[in-house]
Write a protein that binds this ligand. Structure first.
Ligand SMILES: [Ca+2]
Length: 463
């Protein structure tokens, strides 16, 4: 046996369905379904093959023959995916529809698998005369899927339906606590996914939807699920709170904030989604609009522990009163394929940014946030050239009042982005901007590395 030498199961070919199946030794030979499996070889019989046999078999894969040959020669093995019938996924594969319930962290992603071996495509691959690029590690194709679909009519057994716990759409009764009941039930039942079907749900802001002290919870909403936040006078709340939790996926849904229904005047901390001290969180295909404070807030818990490994993907974040996305304490934060709209509607408060990196200074010390990625993202601002750093598509805060050497963020990559407005790197180190456009002004520390950036650069220190 090749690869790592471990036998975890066996591939079986069924001529009736023309599919390859996997009998999973981990589960006493049960057929793998809706599952990714690592197989430590490409073909079970490849050990001892002659060069001709390797070349002939690789050639049969056509468009992926190079990748298959490399895998055979390198004994790399393969990740393959088995679909809901247990058949091996072949060719194009979209994580949408019911697959949302099985791969919530991959929602909206596009993959390609070799038609013969099921090998996942990576790197540049020519398919049907067109070359596509797939991530070298994850196999996810570059490019955006327009929308997800969720068919909640036949839920998998690991999914709890919030409607079974009293959440009723479109009836003007409160649903927040009922959704919380569904989350608690999912944990108690040893399930891990809560589904909220399409419709309008009434959410009061206290305590809002809470995921606290949890590991491995998925909150999946239909794209047409609207969390209708009720007007209130609180200075401080979250519609969804993630606290001290890990492996959390929030998929779909729309948070319709109460900015225009707010009855108080104080505070700026009514957030859409806030996370504190969380690890491994992915939020995808979520609309977060018109909140009293920030749209999405990434911060620290009561012990001062920040967040780590946070991904926002395919989110639409718009018209939030303070800032659309705030990163106060988080490492390994990725914002990918997001669309962010800053507005100048009445009552907006500073800094009115698209994305703002603003670690809190305590006792004269400002923490540095590490490894921020902003990819494939568009930010629109209604204004540009604001002397005080307002309405900026992206900014990290200017900490020169603390000390000129303060570094708010280190190892930042901005790639394939469009910023219709200003951009400010005031306090970041190892900061690179690649293949991007800034239509306003790029307020730029000298150390900022620019590669194919269209925009007017203003070296910092000018004011
Ligand atoms: Ca209701």
């Amino acid at each position: 046996m090749l690869g790592d030498g471990t036998v975890r199961g066996r591939e079986i070919y069924d001529p009736g369905s023309n599919g390859w199946y996997w009998l999973d030794s981990v589960y006493n030979g049960a057929k793998a379904e809706n599952k990714e499996v690592w197989i430590p070889y490409i073909y079970q019989q490849e050990a001892g093959w002659s060069n001709d046999e390797i070349m002939n078999n690789a050639a049969a894969s056509g468009t992926m023959s190079g990748q298959v040959e490399n895998a055979i020669r390198g004994h790399y093995g393969k990740w393959v995916r088995y679909d809901s019938s247990g058949a091996m996924a072949k060719e194009w594969y979209y994580v949408t529809g019911d697959q949302v319930f099985y791969y919530p962290d991959q929602v909206g992603s596009i993959y390609y698998y070799d038609w013969k071996t099921g090998l996942m495509a990576k790197g540049n691959t020519s398919i049907g005369g067109q070359t596509y690029h797939f991530n070298e590690v994850t196999g996810v194709r570059d490019g955006m899927m327009d929308a997800i679909t969720v068919d909640g009519s036949n839920l998998p057994s690991h999914v709890v339906n919030a409607m079974d716990y009293g959440a009723i759409p479109n009836d003007d009764t409160d649903d927040g606590e009922r959704i919380n009941d569904a989350i608690k039930a999912a944990i108690a039942l040893g399930k891990n996914t809560v589904y909220v079907p399409a419709g309008r749900y009434v959410i009061n802001t206290f305590p809002g939807i809470m995921i606290a002290g949890c590991t491995g919870i998925n909150l999946i909403m239909d794209p047409n699920t609207v969390l209708d936040v009720q007007g209130n006078d609180r200075t401080n709340y979250n519609v969804i709170t993630l606290m001290n939790s890990s492996k959390i996926n929030i998929v779909g849904g729309q948070i319709a904030g109460e900015r225009y229904k707010h009855t108080g005047t104080g505070g700026e901390w009514g957030m859409g989604i806030s996370m504190y001290g969380c690890t491994d969180v992915t939020i995808s295909y979520c609309d977060v609009r018109a909140n009293w404070g920030d749209g999405i807030y990434i911060g620290y818990n009561l012990e001062g522990v920040g967040c780590n490994k946070i991904t926002l993907r395919h989110c639409y974040v718009a018209d939030n009163r303070r800032t659309n996305i705030s990163i106060v304490k988080g490492d390994n934060v990725t914002i990918d394929y997001c669309n962010i709209q800053i507005t100048d509607n009445p009552g907006s408060v500073a800094p009115r940014a698209g994305i703002n990196i603003e670690p809190d200074t305590k006792d004269g010390v400002t923490p540095t946030l590490h490894t921020i990625r902003i990819w494939n993202t568009v930010v629109d601002s209604p204004k540009a050239g604001d002397y005080w750093g307002q309405f900026m598509c992206f900014r990290n805060q200017d900490y020169s009042y603390v000390s000129p050497s303060t570094v708010s963020c280190d190892d930042v990559e901005v790639s394939n982005c469009t910023f219709r407005g200003d951009f400010g790197n005031y306090s970041g180190n190892n900061f690179r901007i690649i293949n991007s456009t800034v239509t306003g002004t790029l307020y730029c520390k000298n150390a900022t590395q620019l590669f194919n950036v269209k925009g007017r650069v203003y070296p910092l220190g000018w004011y």
